[in-house]
Design a protein around this ligand. Structure first.
Ligand code: CP
Length: 307
């Protein structure tokens, strides 16, 4: 039974371990062509306050492949840009579209949409979390290793929205996660607490300032840009602070021999990851980007009750 029909997806923590496993299994079956799902005449709205290549296109293609349609709502052309209250916008859009994927800054704005709209609201990235990305990330790891429980991910860089969703996602799936950041860039304590509660005694959620401690024996290496959208002014200042956390061949050599490398993209080659690692044999970055489409197709099919 599909327990996700009609639900919002605002955080990785919205899912149980069983629901996340189910979603990943459906994504794998859709990708392999072993399962099909249809959402005819259903419309997905995209409301993005920030730039996007992968999320916008992968959601659009996924919805079209499900037989539905997409409305790319340019925020600047809507009354949202002139300050129409979220509670009013949410109630009106819910009368037109069947689901809404929102990219914005404040997780609270997303929660307000979800509170007032009686359709599925999907987090397409906020400053707090990026859960759709983590669906694709876990699908990619599952493809590489066959299963997730017991593996170890080393996340290196900023304790940002990606780190937050990865910590929750790994904890749900019984994967150890070691998050290596400079001391002033640790993940938020609320997420650390939540991830550790989800992990229980099945797996470890480790924070460290030492990239080598994170890397030792890890099966998955993951990084993201050192300055996220909206932090561009501090980008130059961050480079010397984050330099020890770069994923390069020396750090990668400390991991498992079969380790894979992931990056949510876009990347700043030569900063958080070297060109050689991005293009090297351990990189699964392009499969990971493709998996955005398969994972979100599974998510849409489940939320819209097509499976
Ligand atoms: N990884 C990701 O969300 O990419 P976009 O910003 O291009 O959507």
């Amino acid at each position: 039974m599909n327990s996700l029909a009609g639900r919002d997806f605002l955080s990785m923590g919205d899912l149980t371990s069983q629901e996340l496993s189910h979603l990943l299994a459906i994504a794998a079956q859709l990708k392999a062509g072993d399962l099909s799902a249809d959402c005819p005449r259903q419309v997905l709205g995209l409301l993005f306050r920030k730039a996007s290549t992968r999320t916008r296109v992968s959601f659009s293609v996924a919805m079209v492949q499900l037989g539905g349609q997409v409305l790319d709502l340019n925020v600047q052309l809507t009354q949202v840009s002139r300050g129409e209250p979220i509670r009013d916008t949410a109630r009106v859009l819910a009368r037109y579209v069947d689901a809404l994927a929102i990219r914005t800054y404040d997780q609270q704005e997303l929660a307000e949409f979800a509170h007032h709209a009686d359709i599925p609201i999907i987090n397409a990235l906020t400053d707090w979390e990026h859960p759709c990305q983590v669906l694709a990330d876990l699908l990619t790891v599952q493809e590489a290793f066959g299963s997730l429980a017991g593996l170890t991910m080393a996340y290196l860089g900023d304790g940002n929205n990606m780190a937050h969703s990865l910590m929750l996602g790994c904890a749900l799936m019984g994967m150890n996660i070691r998050v290596a950041t400079p001391p002033d860039y640790v993940p938020h304590g609320e997420i650390v607490k939540q991830a550790r509660e989800l992990a229980g005694d099945r797996c470890e959620v480790m924070l460290t300032g030492d990239p080598q401690e994170a890397a030792a024996g890890a099966q998955v290496f993951y990084t993201d840009v050192w300055a996220s959208m909206g932090q561009e002014d501090s980008a130059q200042d961050r480079i010397p602070i984050f330099a020890p956390y770069q994923i390069n061949n020396d750090l990668l050599a400390m991991g498992d021999r079969e380790a894979i490398v992931l990056h949510c993209l876009p990347a700043h080659r030569g900063e958080e990851i070297t060109d050689g690692v991005m293009e090297g044999p351990q990189s699964r970055i392009w499969d990971q980007a493709e998996n955005r489409m398969h994972a979100q197709k599974a998510l849409l099919a489940c939320l819209l009750g097509a499976i």
